[in-house]
Write a protein that binds this ligand. Structure first.
Ligand SMILES: Cc1cc2nc3c(=O)[nH]c(=O)nc-3n(C[C@H](O)[C@H](O)[C@H](O)COP(=O)(O)OP(=O)(O)OC[C@H]3O[C@@H](n4cnc5c(N)ncnc54)[C@H](O)[C@@H]3O)c2cc1C
Length: 378
């Protein structure tokens, strides 16, 4: 089996082994069926959460494992090797945990954070609206201040884990100021006036849910506000780096899986598996290994609580674009087998396309990087 170097060691290595065992015995076994049926399996998420894989960097006092990000990102990669969509669902829950950990009060940590970390609840993170995808600060979902809380009216779109999650972190507009007029509210799945719309059909990541959220005069108490009123954009941005490194890890799984799949296929198709195909796929693997080292460094920087925004954008951009190239090449080199779902590479190809969009498109990552470059030459 192919793997990246270095791998986490000792205690972290045991967690990776446990992840691999769970993925191979459960998640991987039904991936074709789940992709075909657009089925998210909550029971798999629950098993992942029982091992605390979704919250392993979080403190033990709240039910986490207090392990490093150098363990967490490889674990996400390992889950993604079995099913990219499941790994994305896990990482989204982790973002909600991260926001409540960073901005929640002690009371909110007991009420919301603990069940998320313990894996009793699954989270969803809702920022996007039809007119505010890349331009997230253009969001409009109205949260009107009323005694004791807020009344929400409007819709959000493209929310991963929608319909599967227990708790939604929703960014709302509380005043006209573009960024300081945004407030973060936690909405429980059974809140009156809140419902999940029709599940979206999508090209890739079909085994995780994506849907519209509908709010009809929905009351959310002040006690569910994360951070201060007007601090919601900051709350959302605080999770961006983690989200981007997570997607980079998931994308690397698509690369390593496509390389492994084509090599196994090549054993039975030696004449079709040309020298050109081998060289190309080996080069993709080399690029993935190099990006993995950057992910590894980004993880270390997060553990040291250091600035990582540039590196997060770099690895997200490079890994998701590499996943597109590697999976597309694998489909191509395998010919008719490449487009046959039973050979898996066509699913990896479809999933990889979604990875170039979620958590900021490739162009948005380029904008972040260009802004930094410009600032260096001012
Ligand atoms: C699988 C999946 C899961 C998702 N899950 C979530 C979720 O859980 N929560 C959530 O809030 N959102 C989620 N999203 C939404 C996602 O964040 C948005 O799709 C993304 O930010 C892009 O926004 P958009 O689709 O409106 O595209 P647009 O912003 O309209 O962009 C369209 C195109 O224009 C390009 N573009 C936009 N602005 C610029 C610019 N300034 N310069 C150059 N090019 C530009 C983009 O790169 C893209 O190619 C998900 C999306 C996908 C595909």
């Amino acid at each position: 089996m192919l793997h990246f170097i270095p791998a986490p060691s000792h205690e972290e290595g045991d967690i990776l082994k446990a992840t691999r065992a769970l993925v191979d015995s459960r998640v991987r076994k039904t991936v074709l069926e789940d992709d075909k049926n657009c089925q998210f399996r909550r029971e798999y998420f629950d098993e992942i959460a029982r091992l605390r894989l979704h919250s392993l960097t979080h403190p033990k006092e709240y039910g986490g494992l207090a392990l490093s990000h150098r363990c967490y990102f490889p674990v996400l990669l390992e889950i993604a090797r079995g099913n990219l969509a499941m790994s994305v669902s896990v990482s989204v829950t982790n973002l909600v945990q991260g926001a409540v950990a960073a901005y929640g009060t002690t009371e909110q940590k007991d009420t919301f954070y603990r069940p998320l970390v313990e894996g009793k609840w699954m989270g969803a993170f809702s920022l996007s609206e039809p007119q505010s995808g890349s331009d997230a600060a253009a969001l409009r979902l109205a949260a009107k201040k009323v005694p004791g809380g807020y009344r929400l009216s409007g819709t959000k779109v493209w929310c991963s884990n929608a319909g599967s999650a227990d708790l939604y972190l929703v960014m709302c507009r509380t005043s006209e100021h573009r960024t300081k007029g945004i407030t973060a509210l936690l909405v429980s799945k059974d809140t009156p006036g809140f419902r999940v719309g029709k599940l979206e059909k999508k090209l890739g990541l079909r085994a995780s849910t994506l849907a519209e959220l509908i709010f009809e005069d929905c009351f959310v108490p002040d006690s569910n506000r994360i951070g201060k009123e007007g601090q919601g954009f900051e709350v959302a941005l605080s999770q961006l780096d983690a989200g981007r490194i997570s997607i980079a890890s998931v994308a690397l799984a698509a690369v390593i899986e496509s390389v492994e799949l084509i090599w196994k296929w090549g054993k039975n198709n030696q004449e079709a598996f040309s020298a050109h195909a081998r060289h190309t796929m080996a080069t993709h693997y080399a690029a993935a290994q190099a990006i993995y080292l950057a992910v590894w460094e980004a993880a270390a920087l997060r553990d040291q609580k250091q600035e990582v925004t540039q590196l997060a954008s770099q690895v997200k951009l490079l890994a998701s674009e590499l996943a597109m190239r590697a999976t597309s090449d694998a489909v191509h080199f395998m010919g008719v087998d490449g487009v046959n779902p039973n050979f898996h590479v066509e699913r990896l190809f479809r999933d990889s396309k979604a990875l170039t969009i979620v958590e900021g498109t490739s162009q948005v990552q380029q904008l972040v990087l260009v802004r930094e470059m410009d600032s260096l030459f001012e």
